[in-house]
Design a binder for this molecule. Structure first.
Ligand code: SF4
Length: 486
């Protein structure tokens, strides 16, 4: 059986990061990442945050099976939160699933896939939680040194996030979460917080920059509590998040640094100050608010209130006035009244979030809020979500509009998805992470190698270009280049 693989990723950036690492690890072992129709091994990296997560995974596996009929030996691996929950149940329901792995099991997935390739009867479950961060590859001894950056695997488009480009790297700094917010399944599916050792994080970041990354996103369920694991002797990894951020930012050649996700209750004043002090720390922050009502925040167990959240926003904007804030919001949490919801709308306006991910609340098995009453009627939640999203759309529009006429530095990711026979447009991101599309068809790819590649397709990805913003679209910007990419 050919060692060819294809990865489908659902969910958050943690999953995107896991899939990216897995792809690099397999390529380093001689596997080939190919299009769906050519693959013998599929990895479905799952998420249980959105509605009906199991059904979504079942339907994806069913689709793959139908698609690939006539390929005996075709194998699937299911990873991530749904794999952790359903576990070996996948083996019975879908016999072509021969590997299940949870988030602590990702480190063992490449070896497990090798075993499956050699032994067609093998079935492997990697579902145990570990007490320390399971180092995914011996980056210190350079096992992955030969592995070139790869295209980020296919991403669940309904999350609204386009794929990243080759110059953008995701580096895990921690795993799991100890917060047990009332609605969240993550502490059960990803386990307790485990911080990765700073030297391993720094080694991987340096290596990614040497391999061509110009932007790094540090990932963790709650990066602000990095290094403060209660399970670790002495309580930490020897370094807090603010210091880690400084050391990563100081890596020569790193042009952009981002991090996600931040819990407001844990944000350190030193991290806030870093926005004003580190020029390559990008002026954007995703800071989940979840609700604008103190009563709802209390029931959610979020451990901050409106006033504290607004203080943080104030301090962040004092440190970096152009900072763009985005957030997550849950609508229809048990007991949410019309007044509670109005408080969320009011916070949205007051903070001026540039965009938000918002969802109707739904019970997840085993979490505290599943037992909370009264539940908000689905029709009420849906109507509130529409109102919230409509307000968000108008704030987004206004804030993007205010950028017209300004200049931005855009990191090019890929050709824009909608290409007709007209001019060639490229998609990239400005410093704050906004999507900018710009026309670049008059730029010749540099060097003979690039010319032999798919036109300018591969040559321009990862380059920076200065652009003037000429038009604000609903969720993105249209720019025109000023000067040549570099
Ligand atoms: Fe879930 Fe809360 Fe942890 Fe975020 S901080 S992962 S919402 S428990």
């Amino acid at each position: 059986m050919d060692k060819t693989f294809h990865i489908v990723t659902f969910g958050c950036q943690m999953n995107v990061g896991d899939s990216d690492w897995l792809a690099r690890a397999l390529i380093a072992r001689g596997w080939r990442q190919v299009d769906e129709q050519d693959a013998w091994f599929f990895v479905v990296n799952t998420c249980s945050v959105r509605d009906k997560p199991e059904q979504k995974v079942y339907s994806e596996l069913g689709r793959l099976l139908t698609h690939q009929r006539g390929k005996p030996g075709l194998t699937a691996a299911v990873g991530g939160c749904v794999a952790q929950q359903i576990g070996r149940g996948f083996f019975e329901r879908f016999p072509f699933v021969r590997l299940v792995f949870g988030s602590d099991g990702v480190a063992g997935a490449p070896d497990a896939l090798e075993t499956l390739a050699e032994d067609p009867s093998a079935r492997i479950a990697l579902l145990d939680f570990l007490s320390v961060y399971p180092e995914r590859e011996d980056v210190l001894s350079g096992v992955l040194k030969g592995a070139l950056p790869v295209a980020v695997p296919a991403f669940d488009a309904d999350q609204g996030e386009p794929d990243a480009g080759p110059a953008q790297a995701f580096v895990n700094i921690m795993q799991g979460c100890d917060n047990f917010c009332a609605y969240c399944i993550v502490p059960y599916t990803r386990g307790r917080q485990k911080s990765r050792l700073p030297e391993a994080v720094l080694a991987e970041c340096r290596q990614r920059v040497e391999q061509g990354a110009r932007e790094i996103t540090l990932l963790g369920q709650n990066v602000n509590s990095y290094g403060l694991d209660p399970s670790r002797q002495g309580g930490g990894a020897g370094m807090g998040f603010a210091e880690l951020l400084r050391q990563v930012a100081a890596i020569p050649g790193l042009l952009r640094l981002r991090f996600t996700t931040s819990h407001p209750k844990d944000i350190d004043p030193a991290v806030i100050r870093a926005f004003g002090e580190l020029p390559n720390l990008c002026p954007s922050l995703h800071l989940p608010l979840q609700s604008g009502s103190d009563a709802v925040l209390r029931r959610m167990g979020r451990k901050y209130d409106r006033a504290r959240y607004l203080d943080i926003v104030h301090a962040l904007r004092a440190a970096r006035p152009e900072l763009s804030l985005t957030t997550d919001l849950i609508v229809g949490f048990p007991g949410e009244t019309e007044d509670d919801f109005a408080a969320t709308l009011e916070m949205m306006e007051r903070v001026g979030f540039e965009s938000s991910f918002s969802f109707c609340y739904s019970d997840r098995p085993g979490v505290a809020s599943a037992r909370m009453t009264p539940k908000v009627e689905e029709s009420v939640s849906k109507a509130r979500l529409l109102r919230l999203q409509s307000l968000q759309n108008s704030i987004t529009k206004e804030s993007l509009k205010s950028l017209e006429g300004h200049e931005a530095i855009v990191l090019l990711e890929a050709k824009s998805r909608k290409q007709d026979d007209g001019p060639c447009f490229w998609r990239g991101r400005d410093e704050a992470g906004r999507v900018v599309n710009l026309r670049l068809d008059d730029i010749a790819p540099a060097g003979p190698e690039a010319q032999a590649s798919e036109g300018a397709g591969l040559a321009l990805a990862g380059l920076l270009v200065r652009a003037r913003i000429v038009e604000a679209k609903n969720h993105s910007l249209l720019g025109e280049k000023v000067g040549q990419p570099w």
